[in-house]
Write a protein that binds this ligand. Structure first.
Ligand SMILES: [Zn+2]
Length: 403
């Protein structure tokens, strides 16, 4: 018989060493993120205030600051004149550091330069054809034009948001039923064409990263962001972690069939959630009611509704109801604290929110349904998302290289 605690002690020793190695690395990364977030939220801010607000030791804060200055994430700004003769040098995010962001959609791509504060410095939209080689080549030309007209800025890299899923390992776009492109390595073509580090991610996950990096997610560890455009995408934050799943496929709620007798979806199934809740669905509802007006765009539909057009209003209300219905499935699966909606529908939030909220509250599994929030400005959210993607991954990577 073993002495009490003998085997347990052995096991504990092995586990502890692994945990210690992981936790000191994790702690450094978390401390660094805390400091970056605090500077972002409270800039200009002194080292002393950063230590006080973060609860970290002054020496730890100084070490992180030196590293962040060295990597050009932040810079020293003005010297403050404080009471009792103190003159600390204030720290700000270095907004000379910029990222090129591309938001690829089924028919167009928007390219923009975004700074560390999430500001869009210049922006350009191009139509996209069905040939990915030509499309990516004109996207690269557009990126070069924007880079050349902002030569004073220091370009950190490129972030691309796509209407599909990106395999974590291969970085290939593996599921994009609405884009209809043959297999093509978009990320590598852009990285080689521009000679800059390039990251690519699903639009919904990128938008969620934007909320984490630039936004309002302080203290929230369970959230879902839904992009509503030509299709419906979802980005998931669960227990404080972004969820990607096997091959990056987690979050495809848009392709769960909610009516097997419903219309055909681009994915090949019938009656997927996005066939009823996307902007394309609202346009279909409207042309069913008004067959003469077949080619109305979603923007035109929003304008018609604002002008009091009953058919437009009814088509949009039907779409909003279906968004709410689908959100019940999302809520049952993940129990988020908040659900963020990104897309053009947020520009008519006063029309949509009550309808979505009412559906969401029907047959809810708990007393308080999740909070429902729009992201700011539909198309800006995706561009900031693409930028956040590069900033987030790059800040972690450069940290690993230095430490
Ligand atoms: Zn589908």
């Amino acid at each position: 018989m073993r002495k009490p605690g003998q085997a347990a002690k052995g096991i504990r020793r092995v586990n502890l060493s692994a945990i210690e190695a992981a936790s000191s690395e994790t702690a450094r990364r978390i401390n660094r993120e805390i400091i970056l977030q605090l500077i972002h939220a409270r800039q200009p801010i002194s080292r002393a205030d950063l230590a006080r607000m973060s609860g970290l030791q002054r020496s730890t804060v100084s070490q992180i600051i030196e590293q962040l200055i060295h990597e050009r994430w932040i810079r020293e700004g003005a010297v403050a004149q404080l009471p009792r003769g103190r003159h600390p040098t204030m720290l700000v995010l270095n907004d000379d550091l910029v990222v090129l962001a591309a938001d690829i959609r089924p028919r167009q791509v928007t390219v923009a330069m975004v700074d560390l504060n999430g500001r869009l410095l210049s922006r350009s939209t191009l139509p996209l054809g069905t040939d990915p080689v030509k499309a990516v080549s004109s996207m690269i030309d557009c990126m070069r034009r924007i880079r050349d007209s902002n030569q004073r800025k220091s370009l950190e890299g490129i972030g691309i948001s796509v209407p599909g899923r990106v395999d974590k390992d291969s970085q290939f776009l593996i599921f994009a039923p609405n884009l209809k492109w043959p297999k093509f390595d978009i990320r590598q073509a852009v990285e080689q064409g521009m000679g800059l580090p390039t990251e690519m991610e699903n639009a919904a996950t990128a938008c969620l990263m934007s909320e984490l990096w630039f936004g309002r997610m302080d203290g929230v560890s369970d959230a879902v962001l839904i992009t509503v455009s030509e299709g419906i995408g979802a980005g998931i934050l669960a227990n404080g972690h972004l969820v990607s799943g096997q091959h990056g496929m987690a979050g495809e709620f848009g392709h769960i069939s909610i009516d097997p007798a419903g219309p055909r979806c681009a994915c090949g199934q019938n009656g997927c959630w996005e066939v009823f809740g996307s902007c394309s669905a609202a346009r279909r509802f409207y042309s069913e009611a008004v067959p003469a007006a077949k080619h109305v765009t979603f923007h035109e539909l929003l304008n018609l509704a604002e002008e009091g057009d009953a058919c437009a209003l009814s088509a949009l209300t039907k779409q909003a109801k279906y968004i709410g219905k689908g959100l019940r499935m999302v809520t049952a699966a993940l129990s988020p604290e908040i659900v963020l909606i990104a897309g053009d529908i947020t520009s008519a939030w006063h029309l949509f929110a009550p309808v979505i909220q009412a559906e969401l509250e029907k047959s809810t599994l708990r007393a308080n349904p999740p909070g429902l929030l729009p992201t700011h400005e539909g198309d800006v959210a995706r561009l900031r998302g693409a930028a956040a993607l590069l900033l987030h991954r790059h800040s972690i990577r450069s940290h690993h290289e230095v430490s």
